[in-house]
Design a protein around this ligand. Sequence first.
Ligand code: ATP
Length: 540
Amino acid sequence: MCAINASSSPPAGAAVHGQATAVELAGITKRFPGVVANHDIHLSVRKGTVHALVGENGAGKSTLMKILYGMQKPDEGTISLDGEQVTLHSPADAIARGIGMVHQHFMLADNLTVLENVVLGSEKLYGIGAKARRRIQEISDRYGLGVRPDVLVEELGVAARQRVEILKVLYRGATTLILDEPTAVLVPQEVDALFANLRELKSEGLSVIFISHKLGEVLSVADEITVIRRGTTVGTAVPAETTPRQLAEMMVGSELPTPETAESTVTDRPVLGVDKLRLEAPGGKAILDDITFTIHAGEVLGIAGVEGNGQTELVDALIGLKHADSGTITLAGEEVTAWPTRKRREQGVGYIPEDRHRHGLLLEAPLWENRILGHVTEKPNAKGVWLDPKAAQEDTRRIVEAYDVRTPGIDVTAASLSGGNQQKLIVGREMSHKPRFLIAAHPTRGVDVGAQAAIWDHIRQARREGLAVLLISADLDELIGLSDTLRVIYNGRLVADADPATITPEELGSAMTGAATGHLEHEETPEIRKSPEAGEDEAR
Ligand SMILES: Nc1ncnc2c1ncn2[C@@H]1O[C@H](COP(=O)(O)OP(=O)(O)OP(=O)(O)O)[C@@H](O)[C@H]1O
């Protein structure tokens, strides 16, 4: 039976299940123009536990956490920390009271050392020298974070950077850590290592609020789960008695989708050809080298890799944001290597960027203007050489409807949408132009299980109609499920390939750390792998 209880809030500071309460949010309401982001929300986090917060896109999770982190003021409701009711005026206030936030997008300066990053802005605590170094080492040892104070951050892989972010908030005295989708960028082995770190934190009496759309992970790491839907608390669940399916049903009222694609639609018509592509950094060092592949009509080619191994540069080269130092790119038989981005777009290249804020949206512009972005000269946005705002607005309404973008209208700014809804808008815009080749970088990052299923369906449908797709995703289930062909990128080279029909996420994750090359064979008993730490330092 699913242990989901309609939530009711105990009085502030009351012990729940015999343990003291670290954070108590009671009756929180927050309104934005046209939207009630939080309506009478209750959240009670016990000390020494991992408390997951789940809910569909736009449910109100980030808003609630911004309130707890002092970034936004609630219109109604109270916040109690360790049983004491508080008013938080700013993040500095929240930090001073033991709340730490680890953002999904890391906020570290690459050219500084770990120590410099950690002490930045907190010099008053332990200075900037030996005392600070000792404190960092102490925290690292205590929670098994494996952080080395004198390493440059640019030398660290994604998982190690995340541990630095965690250490940074602990250094400032956090006793409750908010982790916003912390596993989105990690391979399976790194997820296991993170969860081990979280268990260490718990055992020392710290609390963690864990936001995620990955319900399997939520069930494996959380002690308690609060589900919010359309801005209000639906209830709490206990993982031992709840399945992912039940959780998904609570969140979005539907079953868990699967990315698996039964039938192959791969044709022998090449759409995109990349031959011996090489891209160099300013000093002449290769960022991409000897990249060769072909994607046919109806084929999804998945690129697996730990972030930072050349995926971003490969996408930049394909869309025309960076130009190759040597090698060629061919689109439908025509060489496009020197073409600018706009010309490639007009020839049918769709682009779902990995960084939706930098390359996907104009955050301060209304939704309908964002619908035009990247497609100014195409229908329905343009009539001859003129923009056609009316047609663009109408089409934006259609996309909002078809992709279930939760918004009070098309005149609100993109910044006011929740992260997942921003992503749905971009996917809708790109798919609407019926591209012949789609670059899909993390197409479902940050979207809930329902929207994920819808995006997978749109991609599958277009693939049946002949779309060629380059898929980059840190979600290995998605990558394996959607791809017809899989290649592994490591240090700027395609080092291995795998059959998505047989490979497991663990085997692929292991190859991504550079542990295997050539054709990856599925093994009944997975081989002994390198530890995540060892792999990741090399896999930059
Ligand atoms: N600054 C803002 N101005 C206007 N509306 C906002 C603002 N911030 C959030 N909203 C709206 O509040 C609602 C809740 O958004 P929130 O970002 O909290 O959702 P979420 O649960 O974190 O979603 P996701 O899983 O997509 O990140 C959404 O309808 C969103 O559009």
